[in-house]
Design a protein around this ligand. Structure first.
Ligand code: SAJ
Length: 406
């Protein structure tokens, strides 16, 4: 039996994949509402292919529980935020889950940390916690790090086809866990030491953050002299050794906008580039606000309630609003402009903002300016409804000539 601790964006799909592969799975989460919902056969978030996988898993051997159960293998997929005061990792959720596991686990149990952690976390927090409880690591319990790499919007595919990394104290236990993941993962699984696994995961997301920051800086430069940043990036990327990402209204989600801070927090004197990239990406909601002001001025729109923000999630085709650039911008707007822009997202059904609309046509009614903050497929399928309006397209997804860009 395998026990997955934490049934969020990573833990739940992972638990379902193990169940699909025929293993007995228990999914544990302290949130009783979440567990009840899953027990009633309802999902807690939307994701391409998740419903089908859920139905498949339910017909296999899976159960959901708020109680930690005795098992031989545990996978911890709990939140690992950073602390606002010093940008260092907050290990409290992992430590708490670990202690609950240690209360019930079998001798020789395998404890796999899947949550992204800052490099050194397992040495600094996890090993001492285990040893303080008089467990011998490598005998009474084994501890490993197997960071996930799946991207929201394509998680189910990537669970099966993305390569993975497993950090282990020795090759034997690493290979054992490799064969466990090979139950559903068809790609390469690389076994390394724990510190390298921790670091490589954070490095992957930091690389992406820096690349996006470069694109965002280019967008700002191009704005000054009215150059087309998308055309420039398109052409530059035709060079066989250049691969610049796309500018946008900011970097959201709970990974790319968080993980680089772990390095800044732990190595403040060595992370100028990483910190600057973070700041550049965090400055984009404010840049978009400036562009909204430009467009309003140019079209003599005085009333912010004539402006509508399309998209509340942190990126296209997901309903996740964590660290969403739109929400960051709304916070700024409350400070700088008379608040009142309308907001709408076809995928975000719960209320996350003031003046949020749930019907596209009601949202558009009376609007003069539509600001596209997220490139959901929905907006491309409904371009005809916004054609007559002034459009500020921060994601470069609208194929109309007279639109405004970043
Ligand atoms: N974004 C841009 N420009 C781009 C690409 C993305 O502005 O060219 C923005 C998005 O709009 C979004 C943010 O960046 O606001 C992050 O989105 P994302 O699609 O780049 O990444 P995440 O956060 O959804 O998932 C990342 C992935 N990491 C990498 O690609 C290196 C995923 O594989 C990880 O599993 C995930 O973080 C995680 O859990 O760590």
């Amino acid at each position: 039996m395998i026990n997955i601790i934490g049934l969020g964006y990573i833990g739940l799909p992972t638990a379902l994949m193990f169940a699909k592969s025929g293993m007995k799975v228990v999914g544990t989460d302290l949130n009783a509402n979440l567990v009840n919902t899953l027990q009633e056969g309802r999902l807690t978030f939307e994701e391409e292919g998740l419903n089908e996988l859920f139905r498949n898993a339910l017909s296999n051997d899976i159960e959901f529980s708020t109680k930690y159960q005795r098992a031989h293998t545990y996978i911890l997929a709990v939140p690992t935020p950073y602390m606002e005061k010093n940008k260092k990792l907050d290990p409290s959720y992992v430590i708490s889950a670990l202690n609950s596991v240690l209360n019930v686990c079998e001798k020789g149990a395998i404890i796999i940390i899947e949550s992204t952690v800052s490099p050194g976390t397992i040495d600094k927090y996890i090993r001492p916690e285990i040893e303080n409880r008089d467990f011998a690591i490598g005998e009474d319990v084994h501890v490993l790090h197997a960071p996930e790499r799946i991207i929201p919007g394509n998680m189910i595919y990537e669970l099966e086809y993305n390569s993975r990394t497993i950090g282990a104290d020795n090759l034997k236990i690493g290979k054992k866990v490799k064969s466990l993941y090979a139950n559903f993962c068809k790609a390469d699984i690389e076994v390394t030491d724990i510190r390298s696994a921790e670091m490589s995961k954070v490095v992957e997301n930091t690389y992406r953050d820096i690349n996006i920051a470069f694109a965002n800086e280019l967008a700002k430069i191009c704005r000054v002299d009215n150059m087309d940043v998308y055309e420039i990036i398109r052409i530059a990327n035709m060079h066989p050794r250049v691969n610049i990402m796309q500018p946008g209204p900011g970097v959201g989600g709970h990974c790319i906008s968080v993980d680089p801070w772990f390095l800044v927090g732990d190595y403040p004197d060595l992370t100028n580039l990483i910190l600057t990239a973070r700041k550049t990406n965090d400055s984009m909601p404010s840049h978009v606000l400036g562009r909204i002001r430009d467009v309003m001025r140019e079209h003599n729109v005085k009333d912010i309630s004539k402006v509508g923000l399309y998209g509340l999630s942190y990126k296209e085709n997901v309903d996740d609003t964590r660290e969403s650039p739109t929400l960051q911008m709304l916070n700024l707007m409350e400070d700088h402009l008379a608040f009142g822009a309308k907001v709408f997202d076809p995928l975000v059904k719960r209320k996350v903002a003031n003046n949020q609309y749930y019907d596209f046509k009601e949202f558009l009614s009376g609007l003069e300016v539509v600001v596209v903050m997220v490139g959901h497929d929905h907006i491309m399928e409904n371009i005809k409804y916004i054609e007559g309006k002034v459009i500020l397209d921060t994601k470069n997804v609208i194929s109309l000539n007279n639109k405004y860009s970043l």
